[in-house]
Design a protein around this ligand. Structure first.
Ligand SMILES: NC(=O)C1=CN([C@@H]2O[C@H](COP(=O)(O)OP(=O)(O)OC[C@H]3O[C@@H](n4cnc5c(N)ncnc54)[C@H](OP(=O)(O)O)[C@@H]3O)[C@@H](O)[C@H]2O)[C@@H](O)CC1
Ligand SMILES: Nc1ncnc2c1ncn2[C@@H]1O[C@H](COP(=O)(O)OP(=O)(O)O)[C@@H](O)[C@H]1O
Ligand SMILES: [K+]
Length: 481
């Protein structure tokens, strides 16, 4: 499991560690790691290290200090180093003298000429944890002139460390070396796509950090939670999934949602609704009925995709919420809950609920997401006493206690019509298997994305093929676990 802390928590831990370490030791450790990564990038990209030229972009604080020290270490390996100072009066004094002692060149940003364009590698030490807003114009102009790959120190300058928002010019790095802990920007869209490969360097903060603010599941975490049939199981004991989705207008949504559930786990899937014939034709193993009252017992309900918002749909959502089993409410079920607050009263107290809006559905339910997706989703989860999964290039999942998972892979294959329906079915299957709602939603996001990647294999595919790749995604997880 990858763990993520906000900048205030990281600073607090840094203060504790700084108080018991020799002055400057932490920075030199961080900077040495940057120099090692820089040398590796030079070798990989140009064939050698000695004789190559690195340009440091140096801002007003310790992030610039890291870059200056890294430059000093690179000088010792025979690399030509030029530091470009954006704030000469505030450049880290020890870092600056270390670089000068090692024979590095120092120029002011206004005198920089062609220096950035001549580099084999650029190290971005403009701003780190203290970053606010996009790059300022002088820094942005400098970054624009750099044609070589950029190695970001701690984070690509210009992005917001805690929200991952990019509201102005920002560095796009080939790689990032970060210290002590992952920060939210490393896993949140759009900042995450500015980072390149992220390398975490241990500087001894972990014992002081406490519980993480956000978590990211690894394949192993998903693999150990996925339900597989055990010797004593039969079709009922694994948790029966109920699908109350789609209808005569959108029968495809019924099929796609059912596909997600059928292909995620063994056991039984029931369908209730006016697309019963279409569902039965595609999945003969599904027990399909025309109405909820005929559906029989289930251990979790999936509702919403393709349901519409007419009065019949409202009744379906009401009945499902009252059924006393975990519910995943997607798409039109979210819209109905937003438009008819009385529907919340139908919910059997204490039964788990997972809401899976995309941004527009989220806005209808809880207001604009804004720049801080984690804060918005966490607040909605508390307000509705539900697990909320906000879809998108980074999927954010929160529970009412403030536990947060983020799923980010940098791939966008799931962005196709109907793929959210498949996701709902996967979540329903995991809920019915008894997996805790937060984990059911987070594991489902992972599995869905993995299935999309396998199905796509480099070319766009529709949602039905994403569903068909679910078994391959599960097999892949089990092999890697
Ligand atoms: N503490 C430790 O032990 C360790 C710390 N470490 C390192 O320290 C880093 C944090 O350093 P930090 O706190 O000195 O601030 P930092 O991020 O360098 O900002 C400097 C100044 O930039 C400015 N600025 C703000 N926004 C801007 C923008 N958009 N565009 C341009 N400029 C902008 C603003 O100054 P202003 O101009 O507003 O006065 C701000 O004060 C951390 O990320 C890690 O790399 C490591 O060595 C490990 C050990
Ligand atoms: N740019 C993107 N990158 C990665 N995943 C995306 C992107 N856009 C959407 N997705 C994912 O695709 C799915 C789309 O769901 P949704 O918007 O409900 O579509 P639909 O209603 O057509 O099924 C979600 O799982 C979402 O997280
Ligand atoms: K930086």
């Amino acid at each position: 499991m990858r763990e993520v802390w906000t900048t205030s928590r990281i600073r607090a831990a840094e203060d504790v560690v700084l108080a018991r370490t020799q002055s400057g030791a932490l920075m030199r450790r961080a900077a040495f790691a940057v120099s090692v990564r820089a040398a590796r990038m030079l070798r990989e990209r140009t064939g050698r290290v000695t004789g190559r030229h690195v340009v440091l972009l140096v801002g007003a604080g310790n992030n610039g200090g890291d870059a200056l020290w890294a430059g000093a270490f690179l000088r010792r390996r025979g690399v030509g180093v030029t530091a470009v100072l954006l704030a000469p009066d505030k450049a880290h004094p020890e870092g600056l003298s270390a670089l000068r002692r090692a024979g590095g060149r120092v120029v002011l940003a206004q005198d920089v000429g062609d220096v950035p364009a001549e580099a084999d590698l650029v190290i971005d030490g403009i701003v780190g944890l203290a970053a606010r807003g996009g790059l300022r114009p002088d820094a942005a102009a400098l970054v624009e002139r750099a044609t070589a790959p950029i190695l970001a120190v701690d984070l690509p300058s210009g992005v917001d460390p805690d929200t991952g928002a990019v509201t102005g010019p920002a560095v796009t790095a080939a790689a990032t070396v970060t210290f002590g802990a992952y920060k939210p920007l490393h896993v949140l869209h759009p900042a995450a796509s500015h980072c390149g490969d992220v390398h975490l360097i241990d500087i001894g903060l972990r014992p002081e950090l406490g519980e993480p603010d956000t978590r990211v599941l690894d394949p192993d975490d998903v693999a150990t939670r996925l339900p597989l049939p055990r010797p004593a199981d039969d079709k009922y004991t694994q948790g029966v999934v109920g699908i109350a989705a789609g209808g005569s207008t959108y029968p495809g949504a019924a099929v796609l949602t059912t596909s997600g559930a059928v292909l995620t786990k063994s056991g039984m899937v029931r369908y209730a609704g006016s697309a019963a014939d279409v569902v039965r034709a595609r999945w003969p193993e599904v027990i399909a009925t025309g109405s909820l009252s005929d559906a029989g017992r289930v251990q979790a309900w999936v509702t919403g995709p393709g349901l519409g918002t007419a009065s019949g749909a409202r009744e379906t959502v009401r009945e499902v919420l009252a059924a006393g089993v975990p519910v995943i409410a997607d798409a039109d079920a979210v819209n109905l809950l937003a438009a008819h607050p009385d529907l919340w009263d139908a919910r059997e107290p204490g039964t788990p609920l997972v809401l899976t809006p995309h941004e527009r559905e989220f806005a209808r339910l809880a207001g604009d997401v804004g720049h801080d997706r984690v804060a918005a989703v966490t607040a909605a989860a508390k307000r509705y006493n539900a697990v909320v999964l906000l879809k998108g290039h980074s999927t954010v999942i929160a529970d009412p206690k403030g536990h947060v998972f983020v799923h980010y892979t940098g791939r966008a294959w799931p962005a196709t019509a109907g793929s959210g329906d498949v996701l709902s079915g996967i979540i329903g299957a995991l809920l019915a298997a008894g997996i805790a709602p937060l984990y059911a939603a987070a594991c489902a996001a992972w599995l869905h994305d993995s299935a999309a990647t396998i199905a796509a294999s480099g070319a766009p595919v529709p949602a039905s093929l994403i569903a068909e790749a679910i078994p391959a995604a599960i097999r892949g997880l089990r092999v890697s676990a």
